[in-house]
Design a protein around this ligand. Structure first.
Ligand code: ASP
Length: 299
């Protein structure tokens, strides 16, 4: 089997699915072209997640949801299934592509997770691009925060009670050499308290990759995914229970619901290049490139 690639744009109640379809298709196509030209799974997931971050439709990078103080603070992580190297950043401000910073942390810092000012300082040292606050804060996000504050709630981007339409992003890939990689990026949840960090930058919760099993990227209520170590749990099902991609994705979400009544979804590619997706929310935005064909799904 050749290469496979799957991306997601968040889970929840997707009110206007057609709004995302062209973007998801274009981004998965661009990633698939890279893989076809011989790029690694790692490069493909960075590329796709950076494109998703640049698109204000999604809750990552530009267009991230705003916290209780009206700031867009970003979290991201990446894992290399070949080496089990991982890098992550949390609560970073101003870095245009948090996933590129996570990659730099993995490759150049000697650490696995950097937060806040220290992560930003490291981004400067690595000459990553910065943007002004206005670049990240879109009109829709300001309105979304105002509404959440009025209702005194913290909410998932695609929550039932919310009619705005954006989401956390991620990508999983298997390249032509059968190496796996996963990456995830988010602005967190709407109106989150200062200092709150969800699952997206936590290896084993929001992101996991191991050539011995699969690559996983999650989205949903971060606390539920942290408490169940869900990305690692899904990979455990592949590695030690012999499940195929679709079954492992389904079983992991069943586990999330059984254990903590969790809300969210995940994407997964296994070492044979098979892809799986599952969610406990009404919908999830995904695009898959497998066996030469593209499939975009919004439910
Ligand atoms: N998992 C993210 C968090 O809890 C939110 C999301 O997936 O939309 O920070």
């Amino acid at each position: 089997m050749g290469f496979s690639l799957m991306i997601h744009g968040g889970a929840g109640t997707i009110r206007d699915p057609q709004r995302y379809e062209a973007s998801l298709r274009a981004i998965v196509t661009s990633g698939a072209n890279l893989l076809a030209a011989g790029s690694s799974a790692l490069d493909a997931v960075v590329h796709c997640v950076a494109l998703l971050e640049d698109d204000p439709l999604y809750n990552a990078g530009r267009g991230s949801v705003l916290n209780a103080e009206g700031a867009a603070l970003c979290d991201a992580s990446i894992m290399d299934g070949r080496t089990l190297k991982a890098g992550a950043v949390a609560a970073v401000r101003g870095v245009r592509n948090p996933v590129r910073l996570a990659y730099e942390v993995m490759e150049k810092s000697g650490q696995a997770l950097l937060v806040g000012e220290g992560a930003e300082r490291f981004a400067r040292e690595r000459h990553l691009a910065f943007e002004s606050e206005d670049y990240f804060r879109t009109r829709e996000r300001v309105d979304q925060l105002t509404k959440a504050k009025r209702k005194r709630e913290t909410a998932l981007d695609h929550s039932e009670s919310d009619d705005t339409i954006f989401g956390t992003v991620g990508a999983v890939a298997r390249d032509a050499s059968s190496d796996l990689a996963a990456a995830t990026s988010t602005g967190g949840v709407v109106n989150q308290p200062v200092g709150r960090v969800g699952d997206s930058p936590i290896i084993g919760a929001g992101t996991f990759a191991d050539n011995a099993s699969c690559a996983v990227s999650c989205t949903g209520v971060g606390e539920d995914f942290i408490r169940t170590a869900l990305a690692r749990t899904a990979s455990f099902f592949v590695e030690f229970r012999g499940m195929q991609a679709e079954e492992a994705a389904r079983e992991a979400i069943r586990y999330l619901v059984d254990k903590v009544d969790g809300q969210g979804g995940l994407i997964l590619v296994d070492r044979q290049g098979r892809c799986g997706r599952a969610h406990s929310t009404p919908g999830m935005l995904t695009a898959t490139f497998v066996n030469g064909g593209i499939q975009v799904e919004t439910t």
